[in-house]
Design a protein around this ligand. Structure first.
Ligand SMILES: Nc1ncnc2c1ncn2[C@@H]1O[C@H](COP(=O)(O)OP(=O)(O)OP(=O)(O)O)[C@@H](O)[C@H]1O
Length: 765
């Protein structure tokens, strides 16, 4: 790039930076002056508000003047908050105002226009943009094409412009480091620079290098269901985080981050991505795992954890049962079962008071089914609750006459009595009335627990209902279609009962349990949530997705998945796309495919794609590195020695190395052995830990969605990964590597690598 261009651009940059500084000074004085105002209003509160309470009009006047002061205060506080926020944005912009310039000509316009694109918009006077936010409609030109005709969406429809110049900048602390013009969509050089760096314990934003296909995902506002199918490392997560920032910008004032929920694979991953939105100047959305969502709603039941779920081996019938429980058929069967409860079979519990039955379950059933057939489950339940509360009220009078109440009245202290009067504001008239009053208060207080039980639906016998449902489902579901008999199903029910008796449920059963409960109680779902994102959707069953759809009825869904990385649901995941499309209007469903893998070097991607049966469509990004190494050791001691050497080498060259073992137990053992061998490594045993630099040991199911400079796959032996079922797991492990991949096997290597062309890796004995 000619120096003169760099100089010219530096001059322009200086001009913009100066304007930013002017704006910063402005906002900074605004923050100071509003702060002073607020202090002034607070200090003078006593003087400005005249307290008059002797007359009605005096009181009104006082109230009015207090209100005026409060309004003034609120208005100043808003102003201060706005100015402070602007100041934060400007401080960020000052260091790095923009990353691209586009010169383009609109149809029919005589002269080309020049715009600069950065992390936020900046105007030096109304409507005079020195910088456009990367999310503004016009900025799409940058992401959608190179030189020549480029189309982009505007609120008035698709526009096409003629792009004449596309220039990219790398700016550090207000000075231009590099400038280059490109004819491509986003110059490969820029992408190479972005991807060549070291991994970090926190994911970064990709705003300057968003790819065209990713831009489609980010800016989609029309789909009810946006399904992103992408290879490992193709930027699904990255794109979706920029999408959240885009939506918050696009619907600013109408949508806030609390109305967006992201379901992620584990807590470690949540921690990994939680800086991206703040870096983009936005607040994080609500993040949780499906396990957290279901277990927090079932506090008295122990829901199977990620690790337990992973360790469970499903073979034979267990696999078929799993398939049924995760299916849409099962979801529909539970819905049908719940519907029939409107007529019969609802299970109730006695309402008990002081160890004795207060309202028997038969009576509750009579009330519940006493309402006419036009009632649905929701209003049937709420009418029943109303009746039960009335009955409880009537029982107060009867209970008051009991001996225990008389005794309790006599034992009341003076303070108790005073408190009761204070609460009820009742005058003492005579002794009889006083006794009745106190007795009534005592009974009402003791009935509070029952009242709470009624309000919280504790008279529903949830566990019994769940078991009854499971038994009945054999009538609704076509068991032979899943290769199961009635007797098999009976066994399934017995196993579930055993678990439930110990206060435990598998994640599938817990989901069913919650769904049944929601139907029985007529839950309407979280209607405030507008966008729901599900990452690693291949690990969800169709049942779970239908359940989420039911629970978030007004949310638009963006689901991200790689069917090749299904580590929990295995072959069922391929049916998922069909089942998903069953749940949404096909007119409002979009599917975007991302095939290029950005995370790994070309050598790693070319290797990992061959592990898959159908990985041919995956494209590597042109970033060079070493070939992966497979090391087959004769025994464990030699393998540990190799691991030790490799870890030391990695540590010297890269920031992070993750040693990935298959199970938690295996990692635990390895961690001890490495410690004994003098290797310093952090064992990440639970998802609640933090990622750290250096060497970590992590079980495969926790490595989902993460990436590291180097990966050492520990013990890729035939014994450890014997099964075809493990193919996707092996792929997931190996694709976590950005720059270097080492595979170590104790004894014979897993046959899952047989398909890989030997020229794509280096073999060490
Ligand atoms: N357009 C881009 N510009 C720069 N970096 C990118 C781009 N797209 C993806 N990346 C980087 O590639 C890496 C992989 O991205 P990401 O984790 O989003 O992929 P993914 O599809 O979710 O992967 P996986 O399914 O394996 O978890 C990240 O480091 C991300 O920052």
């Amino acid at each position: 790039m000619a120096d003169s261009i760099k100089d010219q651009e530096q001059q322009h940059l200086n001009y913009v930076t100066d304007q930013i500084k002017v704006a910063e000074n402005n906002f900074s004085s605004k923050v100071k002056s509003t702060k002073r105002d607020i202090k002034g209003i607070n200090d003078n509160f006593g003087n400005d508000v005249r307290i008059k309470t002797d007359t009605y009009s005096g009181m009104m006047e006082t109230a009015m003047s207090i209100r005026q002061q409060q309004q003034m205060l609120a208005e100043r506080e808003n102003r201060q908050e706005y100015a402070a926020k602007q100041l934060v944005t400007l401080t960020k912009l000052e260091k790095n105002p923009y990353f691209a310039r586009i010169d383009f000509q609109e149809n029919g316009e005589a002269k080309p226009e020049t715009i600069y694109i950065g992390m936020a918009s900046f105007t030096d006077r109304p409507d005079h943009y020195l910088i456009y936010d990367w999310r503004a409609p016009i900025s799409s030109i940058y992401y959608n094409g190179g030189i020549g005709d480029v189309s982009y969406d505007t609120p008035d429809g698709v526009q096409t412009v003629d792009v004449q110049l596309k220039r990219q900048f790398q700016i550090e602390d207000g000075s231009i480091k590099t400038v280059f013009d490109t004819e491509e969509v986003v110059g490969d050089q820029m992408l190479l620079d972005a991807l060549g760096g070291h991994s970090d314990t926190k994911m970064k934003s990709i705003v300057t290098t968003i790819q065209k296909e990713q831009n489609k995902i980010i800016r989609d506002t029309s789909s009810e269901l946006l399904f992103v199918q992408g290879a490992a490392g193709s930027g699904k997560t990255a794109a979706v985080l920029q999408r959240v920032a885009y939506l918050l910008y696009q619907y600013s004032g109408k949508l806030h981050s609390g109305q967006i929920v992201l379901f992620s694979p584990n807590q470690l991953f949540n921690d990994y991505i939680n800086q991206v939105l703040p870096e983009l100047g936005e607040q994080n959305m609500v993040q949780m795992t499906f396990y957290q969502y279901s277990s927090h709603r079932l506090p008295s039941i122990e829901v199977e954890t990620l690790s337990q779920r992973f360790d469970e081996q499903f073979t034979g019938n267990a696999r078929k049962v799993n398939e049924i429980k995760g299916s849409l058929d099962y979801f529909k069967a539970v819905t049908a079962y719940a519907n029939h409860l409107n007529k019969e079979d609802m299970r109730f519990k006695n309402l008990v008071f002081q160890g004795k039955v207060l309202i028997p379950k038969e009576k509750i059933a009579e009330i519940y089914y006493g309402f006419n057939e036009n009632y649905n489950l929701r209003n049937r339940l709420s009418a029943t609750k109303e009746s039960l509360l009335k009955i409880l009220n009537r029982k107060v009078r009867v209970e008051m006459k009991k001996d225990w109440v008389e005794e309790a009245v006599q034992n009341l202290t003076k303070e108790d009595i005073q408190r009761m009067h204070a609460d009820a504001e009742e005058e003492i008239e005579n002794a009889d009335k006083e006794f009745n009053f106190l007795a009534r208060q005592i009974v009402i207080q003791s009935f509070r627990k029952v009242q709470r039980q009624i309000n919280r639906n504790h008279f529903l016998s949830m566990n019994n209902q769940f078991v009854h449902m499971m038994r009945s489902l054999s009538q609704i579901i076509d068991l032979p279609a899943y290769g199961l008999t009635e007797d098999d199903w009976k066994q399934v029910v017995e196993n579930t009962i055993d678990r439930l008796k110990n206060g435990k449920l598998s994640i599938d059963d817990a989901t069913t349990y919650l769904y049944l409960y929601d139907l029985m109680t007529g839950k309407r779902g979280e209607r405030d949530i507008r966008y729901l994102f599900i990452d690693e959707v291949q690990d969800y069953s169709a049942f779970q997705l239908a359940f989420l759809k039911f629970n978030f009825p007004r949310a638009r869904f963006t689901v991200l998945g790689d069917l090749n990385q299904a580590i929990f649901t295995h072959e069922n995941s391929h049916k998922l796309l069909d089942e998903l499309s069953d749940m949404f209007d096909s007119e409002k469903t979009s599917v975007v495919q991302l095939t290029k893998s950005y995370r790994s070097t070309a050598q790693i991607t070319d290797f990992t794609k061959e592990i898959l049966d159908d990985g041919a469509a995956i494209e590597s990004f042109n970033r060079e590195g070493e070939k992966p190494v497979i090391s087959v050791a004769a025994n464990e001691a030699t393998a540990i020695e190799t691991l030790k050497q490799q870890a030391a080498e990695n540590l010297e060259e890269h920031e992070t190395t993750a040693i990935i073992g298959k199970t938690l137990e295996e990692c635990e053992q390895l961690s001890k052995k490495l410690k004994a061998a003098g290797v310093r490594a952090t064992f990440v045993r639970t998802e609640n830990q933090r990622l750290v630099n250096g060497i970590i040991i992590v079980p495969s199911f926790l490595a989902k969605g993460l990436e590291f400079d180097s990966i050492i796959m520990w013990n890729a032996s035939k014994e450890n990964y014997a099964d075809e079922d493990d193919r996707q797991l092996v792929y997931t492990i190996c694709t976590r590597a950005m720059h270097r991949l080492t595979i170590i096997s104790v004894g014979e290597l897993s046959p899952l690598f047989d398909k890989v062309d030997p020229s794509l890796y280096q073999l060490q004995d």
